[in-house]
Design a protein around this ligand. Structure first.
Ligand code: ARG
Length: 436
């Protein structure tokens, strides 16, 4: 639905952050998901502190024809009411123990929060339906937690119907035991159970920080569970709440199709996260299988040619194709990304790094890059002036040198004679791709 109106609003909200090509690509991808587009978890604090940005971003999605499923908590509101009313409560294993008094307040807080979201959306002419009466079918989780439910099922048809009618479902994380007893459910668990059934393309967590923060409080753009999980989870700077979230996301992704991904972003950055390759937030993917070959067998020639021509939008010379067999190859199992390495005087030269346009924004480039770097403490390469990737290269390289035609980068090359050797080699290598 690339209506003119939608296009205008897309550009307004995206504010020059992304290109038309990216917008079209993601619009097409998300539209084709139908009711499986996205489950969005909205923390209770967002509703209290950032409702305007939340509803702006959701109405933007609605305007371009996308209908996410919203699940919300109400934690901070409930905590403050309980404190005001001197009702004691405690957490066991991160779960709020819910006695009758706590439950009464929880039900009210959930209803208020749910109404707040639904009304704010309606005010923006976005139709939304609230589910605040215990949408999830539950059994009691364990007596020690009180009225806390374990989800056993849910009526997916209801959600499908509301999406078919172009109404955004807004679901409170409350459940029902049979027909009359309401129970409390941890909102992250509700998201997990819902996602298992919906199998969405995206699961999105909207938070105030807008992503997973590294030791310098900067947002980590990509996390691959396969490559980064073990390392990340052991970092002492990783906030305990985030640790828990990443562990839950790992379980979540294990239960979703391999293409699905999870984004953590803030309400205001949601459109940018969704409609650009680079995103604005943290993208968590299951990870990619990358295979390594010491030399390129004939079987791979056509695949490599295809990936190169697609990625660089040019024509690869025959001469180059005849020379690839001695190179070392890294290739993703989905055959959409490659790195080719040469050797010059025992220093690896990255001859090609290519990710096809339809695979960008999936963290695939990141995965293949990391694998190559892990295996090569020294490497050098070149890229054209004006290439979008140069910013990334400048950040991660140990040094770079500009010649008339090329930027030449290196990692781990320390000796100045070697650096000069690398620069001369890279600068004088023949061009292998021609552009019409
Ligand atoms: N727009 C794509 C998506 O929503 C890519 C997002 C990339 N985000 C990131 N933080 N690296 O899946």
């Amino acid at each position: 639905m690339t209506k003119d109106l939608s296009k205008k609003s897309l550009f307004r909200l995206l504010d020059g952050f992304t290109s038309e090509r990216e917008i079209k690509k993601y619009l097409q991808r998300f539209e084709s998901d139908d009711f499986r587009f996205a489950v969005i978890k909205v923390g209770g604090a967002i509703v209290t502190d950032d409702l305007e940005n939340l509803t702006d971003s959701i109405s933007f999605l609605h305007e371009v024809g996308l209908c996410p499923i919203i699940v919300h908590g109400c934690g901070p509101k409930l905590t403050s009411t309980l404190n005001e009313k001197n009702i004691e409560f405690e957490f066991i294993d991160g779960i709020r123990v819910t006695n009758e008094d706590v439950l009464d307040e929880a039900i009210k807080a959930f209803k208020d929060t749910n109404n707040l979201i639904v009304n704010a959306l309606n005010k923006k002419n976005v139709q939304a339906i609230g589910y605040a009466d215990g949408y999830f079918d539950c059994e009691l989780l364990d007596k020690k937690y009180g009225y806390v439910g374990e989800i056993k099922g849910l009526n997916i048809q209801e959600i499908k119907n509301s999406i078919n009618n172009n109404k955004i479902p807004v679901i409170a994380s409350l459940g029902a035991l049979g027909s009359n007893q309401i129970v409390n459910i941890n909102a992250d668990i509700a998201v997990l159970e819902l996602a298992k059934i919906v199998q969405p393309d995206k699961v999105i967590f909207l938070t105030a920080t807008g992503g997973v923060l590294d030791e310098n409080n900067k947002i980590i753009s990509n996390i691959s569970i396969k490559d980064d999980f073990d390392n990340l989870i052991n970092k002492d700077w990783l906030h305990s709440g985030m640790k828990l979230k990443i562990e839950q996301i790992k379980i979540l992704l294990e239960n979703l199709p391999s293409d699905s991904s999870c984004s953590i972003t803030s309400p205001i950055d949601l459109p940018k996260e969704l409609f650009s390759d680079s995103g604005k937030g943290t993208l968590v993917k299951k990870g990619h299988q990358i295979d390594t070959f010491e030399y390129v067998s004939e079987d791979y020639s056509n695949t490599i040619k295809f990936i190169l021509e697609n990625s660089f939008n040019g024509k690869v010379s025959n001469q180059y194709m005849n020379s690839i067999h001695d190179k070392k190859l890294f290739i993703s199992s989905c055959k959409r990304a490659i790195i080719l390495l040469d050797n010059h005087k025992n220093i690896p030269y990255m001859d090609k790094f290519a990710v096809t346009p339809n695979a960008r924004g999936e963290g695939l480039g990141n995965s293949i890059w990391k694998k190559m770097i892990k295996e090569n403490s020294k490497v050098f390469w070149r890229s054209r002036h004006g290439n979008d990737i140069n910013g990334f290269y400048k950040q991660i390289s140990d040094g770079f040198h500009k010649t008339d035609k090329w930027n030449i980068f290196w990692i781990g090359v320390k000796n100045s004679d070697e650096i000069i050797e690398c620069i001369n080699y890279a600068d004088s290598k023949e061009v292998s791709i021609s552009y019409e």
